[in-house]
Design a protein around this ligand. Structure first.
Ligand code: MRU
Length: 345
């Protein structure tokens, strides 16, 4: 295995990130020194993935404070800039979670905020390894021999702070010598699977195929895989899960084929304030991502695009939700809400 990839760093004056729009061609790190630069990086998916958005959201509060001191902002300007970071993308709850976790520390100064934000980065790394172990244990208890996995979008180090969530489970299986192959959906329209997941798998020498999103259902129904593992952007209180567009199709095929469909995510992705998937705000993105290919118009001029960035998989289609705390089986009626209720009893 190659050296761990750590895509997020606080330099003392900037958030240093990998510009993911350049991958797999070039590994370029950029320094985000202003709130404008951070929001732009989030919107154009230079930084992305729910847990990574949580980390940069928290660091972003510190960044806003440092910029505000430099430029002599009034207090109300600081509040507005923090709100702008929090709202840069709506679906992944982790972004708001990261901002909200450090915001109470603002009155204590930038150093306190940044210390907590740096702790969030370290915590996410530890969390991912826990998720990986729980997920791999659950799969190995059910799938004999080497495991063939289908995954969708990118949930690796590039979507987190190191290791990954769904890709962390895959990495853990590989480290245990229990992984046969990964089918990585290319993930239209922005190709997080083909560009980013395949890049991470190749870096680690993990055998994989990239397949068109349209191949996923057939791969599952032909029993070419033993399990599908995805990440999450928001898990509602009833277990309904928002993730990259195309995820629910994978879940439906798994349900039909009797293959486990696993969601791997940190507890920070569980949003108890959102009762069900119906209440999740799905980000809609621009037409140009769908009607063009490689900068060239492919759909007729005048055709509009339907471009939701995420979909919602109902809890009943999810076999297992894996967090750092363990595994829930929504298909058997276990949902985050009932766990919280039973913990409180
Ligand atoms: O639009 P993106 O690339 O930010 O979407 C990312 C996903 O949907 C991931 O699957 C999710 O955030 C989990 S990342 C560990």
């Amino acid at each position: 295995m190659s050296e761990p990839l750590r895509p997020i760093e606080w330099t003392g004056s900037a958030i240093r990130v990998i510009d993911q729009t350049e991958l797999p061609g070039r590994l370029v790190r950029i320094d985000l020194e202003t709130v404008d630069a951070l929001v732009d990086a989030i919107v154009r998916l230079a930084v992305r993935g729910a847990p990574q958005l949580g980390a940069v959201g928290a660091l972003g509060v510190g960044l806003a404070m440092v910029q505000g001191q430099r430029e002599g902002w009034q207090a109300d300007r600081l509040g507005a800039e923090i709100d702008r970071i929090r709202a840069a993308r709506p679906t992944a709850v982790n972004l708001a979670w990261g901002v909200d976790r450090v915001r109470p520390l603002v009155e204590r100064g930038a150093d306190s905020v940044l210390a907590e934000a740096v702790e969030i980065v370290a915590e996410d790394e530890r969390t991912n390894h826990e998720i990986g172990r729980h997920g791999a244990d659950w799969i190995q208890a059910r799938v004999p021999g080497k495991v063939r996995v289908l995954t969708h979008c990118n949930t690796g180090a590039l979507a987190t702070t190191e290791w990954g969530t769904a890709l962390g489970v895959i990495r853990e299986l590989h480290a245990r010598g229990a992984l046969e192959v990964v089918y990585a959906d290319e993930t239209r329209p922005l190709l997080q699977g083909a560009r980013l997941t395949a890049w991470e798998l190749a870096q680690d020498g993990i055998p994989h195929f990239v397949q068109a999103d349209g191949a996923a259902a057939s791969t599952i129904l032909r029993h070419l895989v033993d399990v599908a593992i995805i990440g999450a952007d928001r898990i509602a209180a009833n277990g309904d899960t928002a993730n990259k567009i195309g995820s629910v199709g994978v879940a439906l095929a798994c349900h039909d084929a009797g293959i486990p469909f696993m969601v791997a995510a940190p507890e920070s992705t569980v949003d108890m304030a959102t009762p069900s998937g119906d209440d999740i705000h799905i980000e809609m993105r621009g037409d140009e991502e769908v009607v063009n290919w490689g900068g060239v118009r492919t759909a007729p001029l005048g055709s509009r695009a339907h471009n939701p960035a995420f979909d919602v998989t109902p809890a009943r289609l999810i076999t297992a939700i894996v967090t750092e705390d363990g595994v829930l089986e929504p298909g058997l009626g276990q949902v985050p809400a009932s766990r919280v209720a039973s913990a409180a009893r």
